[in-house]
Design a protein around this ligand. Structure first.
Ligand code: ADP
Ligand code: MG
Length: 441
């Protein structure tokens, strides 16, 4: 195979991976490089450690399936830092710093009246750790960008400083590590780990409530860092004084620096965020669609992103362009999906009506194609639209075991990925199930 062929195959794999898993697809996938490809395994070179982590944690399945579909056989996929040829070496080359989300940068953060203060203070802090607002405390409801800003500070501080030791972790993680240190009798190790950093960034500190001993430890960590001019950045779902059962002396410490609130975004900010998120995934979105999405979802930016994902998933499944009409259908389905509890019976009803078969046929041992296919589709839909286990799904369809169900799900998934007609059919059946509509015949 020439280098050119390898490049082409790789481009196809990336495109397929994006299509198979639009929620995790990103525009920067186009900057990925094929580092080696020997038929049985493919090494993918990534621009930085954040993208290695992102791909490793979110995209392995998508890329593996894509590679299998494009090459026609099973291929192992490895992600590593570009420039390091050997996968083994590459793993060692990724430093064990905080796992930063590659998308959570200042560049990707849309600033509006609701988050201006929080954003400005994060920028200031990232430019000179320990020198401006200390501690910096961000608070706001879930899904409004606290975690995004904390990661952005770390990205930026790293980009500038390089040498600064930055510890970013969730409060839960802090508490768990503390507990483990006590169990292992290694408090000294814990102290030296957290009291010697240049910046300590802890997400969701409301988790400290009712954890007296951890609060105590946090208090001392805080003092040690603060007295040495080290930066402390925290986030929570409410201001310090409103976090239940937080000690007064801790509340007063947290109020020493700057406390910045993040409010739900305005309509204009939401439109800009939708555009930004679409752009990140390398997608073009008409203004009227962005505006429609921004009107539908108001209080939570995570849900705004979810809406975008749903729209692109429907567009991919149906092989249709993203139009306002498609966006409407996608979100109407989603809203009903969220409020409607889907049971296996709903799925069986839609499928049996569509294929004109009876439930007893699906439950029987018959293996003719006219029965096998609807049966497998039921299994696939039950797997993707309900929370039932493979065993339970098999139980509803004639007491089949979990490997049979798994085989059916894989088979239909492959058909959906390779056959546009199958995609359209499954998209339509899912929509009918989600909306509780009778199947049209
Ligand atoms: P929180 O930690 O407050 O619950 P997150 O930081 O996890 O919220 O944000 C949820 C999602 O919304 C993330 O994908 C984040 O990138 C996105 N988001 C939040 N605020 C903004 C913003 N101002 N601009 C762009 N994306 C945002
Ligand atoms: Mg968060």
């Amino acid at each position: 195979m020439s280098a050119r062929d390898v490049e082409n195959i790789f481009t196809d794999i990336v495109e397929r991976a994006k299509a198979l898993d639009p929620a995790n697809a990103r525009k920067w996938f186009d900057t990925l490089k094929v580092a080696h490809f020997d038929g049985g395994s493919i090494g993918i070179g990534c621009p930085d450690e954040a993208s290695v982590r992102f791909l490793d944690q979110n995209c392995r399945t998508g890329f593996t399936r894509a590679a299998q579909q494009i090459t026609g056989h099973l291929v192992t996929v490895d992600f590593f830092l570009d420039g390091v040829g050997d996968a083994q070496q590459a793993v060692a080359a990724v430093p064990s710093g905080p796992a930063l989300h590659p998308d959570y940068t200042f560049d990707n953060f849309v600033v509006g009246p609701s988050n201006r203060l929080a954003h400005a203070s994060c920028i200031a802090v990232s430019q000179s750790l320990g020198a401006t607002y200390n501690p910096l405390f961000l608070y706001g409801n879930a899904g409004l960008g606290k975690t995004h800003l904390l990661h952005a500070v770390c990205h930026e501080a790293r980009r500038r400083g390089g040498e600064a030791i930055i510890q970013l972790l969730s409060c839960e993680d802090f508490v768990n590590r503390f507990i483990r240190a006590i169990e292992q009798g290694n408090l000294a190790g814990f102290h030296s780990q957290f009291r010697t950093v240049d910046a300590l960034v802890i997400d969701d500190v409301q988790f400290l409530r009712e954890r007296e001993q951890s609060q105590e430890e946090f208090f001392h960590t805080f003092n040690a860092l603060y007295n040495n001019g080290r930066q402390i950045i925290l986030s929570a779902d409410s201001p310090p004084a409103e976090i239940p059962s937080l000690e007064d002396r801790l509340i007063s410490r947290l109020n020493w620096g700057l406390v910045a609130r993040i409010d739900p975004p305005s309509y204009e900010t939401r439109v800009a965020i939708v555009q930004k998120k679409a752009h990140l995934r390398g997608l073009q979105l008409d203004d009227e669609i962005a505006e429609y999405v921004a009107r539908q979802v108001q209080a939570n930016i995570r849900e705004l992103e979810g809406a975008l994902t749903t729209i692109y998933a429907l567009a991919t499944t149906m092989r249709e362009p993203v139009t306002l009409d498609l966006a409407r259908r996608a979100l109407e389905g989603q809203i009903k999906l969220a409020t409607r509890h889907i049971s296996i019976t709903d799925i069986i009803e839609v499928v049996t009506r569509h294929f004109d078969v009876r439930l007893t046929d699906l439950q029987s041992k018959r293996r003719s194609q006219s029965i096998t296919m609807p049966r497998q589709i039921c299994m696939y839909l039950a797997r993707s639209l309900t929370k039932h286990s493979l065993e339970e799904i098999g139980g509803h369809l004639g007491g089949r075991d979990h490997t049979t169900v798994m085989h059916a799900c894989n088979k239909i998934a492959e058909a959906v990925a390779s056959d546009p007609k199958m995609q359209a059919l499954l998209g339509e059946l899912s929509r009918q199930v989600a909306q509780g509509q009778p199947a049209q015949r």
